[in-house]
Design a protein around this ligand. Sequence first.
Ligand code: GLA
Length: 658
Amino acid sequence: MTDIVPTVEGLAFGGDYNPEQWPREVWDEDIALMREAGVNIVTVNVFSWAGVNPAADVWEFGTLDDIMDLLADGGVKADLATSTASPPPWFSQRHPDTLPVDPEGRRLNYGARAEYCPHAPAFQEAVVEMASKLAERYAGHPALAMWHIGNEYYRSCYCDHAAAAFRAWLRERHGDLDALNHAWGTTFWSQTFTDWEQVLPPRISAETPNPGHVLDFKRFSSDALLKLFRSEAEAVERHSPGVPITTNLMVTGDFSGIDYHKWGEHLNREDRLVATDHYLIPEGPIEAEAQVAFGADASRGLARGGPWLLMEQAANSSAWRGGYFAKKPGEQLRHSLSYVAHGSEGAMFFQWRASRYGAERWHSAMLPHGGPESKTFREVKTLGDWLGRLAEVKGSVVQSKAAILLDFESVWASATPGQPSGHMAPYPELRRWHAALWRRGVTCDLAGPAWDLSRYDVVFAPSLYLLDDDANLRRFVEGGGTLVVGPYSGIVDRNDHVHPGLPGALRELLGVRVEEFVPLREGQTVALDDGTEGHAWSEIVRAEDAEAVVGYTDYPGGPAIFRRSLGEGLVWYLSTRPTDLNPLFDRLDLHGEFPGLPEGVETVRRTHEDGRTYLFAINHTERPSLIPIKGTDLLTGASWTPRTHLHANSAAVIRETQ
Ligand code: GLA
């Protein structure tokens, strides 16, 4: 965990800046407009490999020198990227084995970006060389505020380099072939390996692949990218010590190719910073504002409640999201403030100036094709003004008392082939719970099931398929916490072997015994005897050492929802997915701090170590609302009383009177 003070004053505000796409005279206008908007940091050099290293052993730093000097002279800091996310054609042509291979054995060509195999030695060497050269040259540059390694790591590869690296990783994890055969359950369908050379990535096969194999390959692929990140980060640290290092993750709710909890361990430490990108999903059951809160709370979770940064968002539409949607007036402002409310140390964008060409020419930008006389740029200037006024908030943290458990291995395991239901994917369910809590005004972290949970009063595990044992959750409950577990949790161990006796690892803790699963069809519901209903899943389930609180009215009959006291705490088990979560939250007596506020009026508090508190109040609705506290609104400087109205579609950040 790190603070980007003193290299950036106040909260970070800016975006990706790609001046190499523009003639020199535009650069001067950029700096002038950045100053006008209050931009204090930009991410440069993300996709400039071809410029800096145009041929083997040829290094040309002139353009980047000019950009860095321009920024320094203009008083704008640089989040300097290592440009390794997009090797240029000359590199791929010279090292064809660095081009990635898909599961069907097709080698992808160059022509877009991220065309690399993370396991190819030539690529691994090249990125360390690039990072070292840049760090050597720009360490100590007055514009340098932060190093930005790679870009949105996600690439996986199935080539022969991948096969060799996978075998090495498996030897490390499992030891010998017997252990691997056991872990993958290879006696099923006669898949027993007798020689390591037989072990391959899960390339396309004739039928349903082995789930243990698929799961380990996910772990391996995530670890390989982490290794790549670390190799660059360590090279940068050698030559440019003491400067914060980050990379832009995608901890946003619809991408789960990476085990971000493992990555968090390498970002959440001295001189490193957790940062994420977030592009909202325009259509779907969850409103944009709740999506913002989910992405932010997941990022804060990774930072274990400490500082993190929203590295990229869209100023208006993201064309690639499948449909051109435009943000309404004020929407970008409310969203940006909401990220800061949930703990971000700033609000940044992709990108500063809209590109005239290339794949993302229709992705929105802070400075749109329409120029500075535009709604988007006017709102950018307002945001710059707001963030400037919020400088004193920097370093304060959000202290949530509730958490939802998110586990990437569990997400992967429940997506392996051959599942009993196609409707039990964890991510949409976690997002649904999070959105329901957000609408109720309850701020919550996304936390890992193995983390110290003692800071929370209540922990939700709506979907936790893979769990080795119950020790950490038991500790939380016995210590006085309330744990709520959703169905199809605790079912398999780390190898995706079904625990004997259902619900597996959680059977004793929950005090229930599941006889059989009764999965429901798409759109099918099951009635419960408290007047509510469940969907997606139901079970024939019996209480062993728990109290049955709600029962099934129809088949499968019998109890559906259970409660059990244990030690100082309580544990609940839901054997179906409640369609409306509010009756459950009512039973738990779970409310936000201001229970009278309408849905869509968001309040989140940030607290400094010295006790100063800031209540962010963001009105995402069309009606004014009272926020019953006293203090000063930092955005306007005006005093705030319990009778002050928060206008529709507006925000206030109230430094509270103690
Ligand atoms: C991600 C990438 C950027 C850009 C944006 C917008 O955040 O990091 O390079 O592609 O998405 O699509």
